[in-house]
Design a protein. Structure first.
Length: 145
């Protein structure tokens, strides 16, 4: 459990620094707002995906459910942030610095949205599978004791 939490924190720091770097010459306060808003948005998306993935998954008790969901939402929030935030930051910086046009950004955003729908669909399926696997391990451990 400790290893998982350390890994989540390490990955979150990588995403924060990567996004910070990709925001280029943006002022510090805007970078902070950008990262916080992006992180909260990714949390909201991940939370919704987790709600969809819970359909048909039955937990042995509420404590186990809360612990499993907390870890999975944290982990996948960081993973989703790593997919989305640095890329969007780079697009924003390119647009701001006039290195790319609005038309190019719009086209890349459409492609990103299509890819995210596919990734999120796979993620919901994967989250369901992970939850069922964790519950199965939990039940097997209960039987051994």
């Amino acid at each position: 459990m400790t290893f998982i939490l350390i890994a989540i924190i390490a990955m979150a720091l990588v995403v924060i620094f990567w996004t910070w770097h990709n925001l280029g010459t943006e002022i510090v306060s805007k970078k902070i707002v950008w990262i916080l808003a992006g992180g909260l948005t990714c949390y909201g998306i991940t939370f919704l995906l987790m709600q969809f993935s819970q359909a048909g998954v039955y937990y042995p008790n509420q404590e186990a459910k809360n612990q499993i969901l907390g870890i999975l939402v944290s982990l996948f929030t960081v993973l989703n942030s790593g997919i989305i935030l640095p890329y969007l930051a780079k697009l924003w910086d390119g647009l701001k610095e006039e290195e790319i046009t609005k038309q190019v950004v719009k086209r890349k955003m459409v492609i990103l949205m299509i890819l995210l729908v596919i990734v999120f669909w796979i993620e919901v399926t994967y989250l369901t599978s992970i939850q069922e696997g964790i519950i199965q391990v939990y039940e097997n451990q209960k039987q051994i004791r």
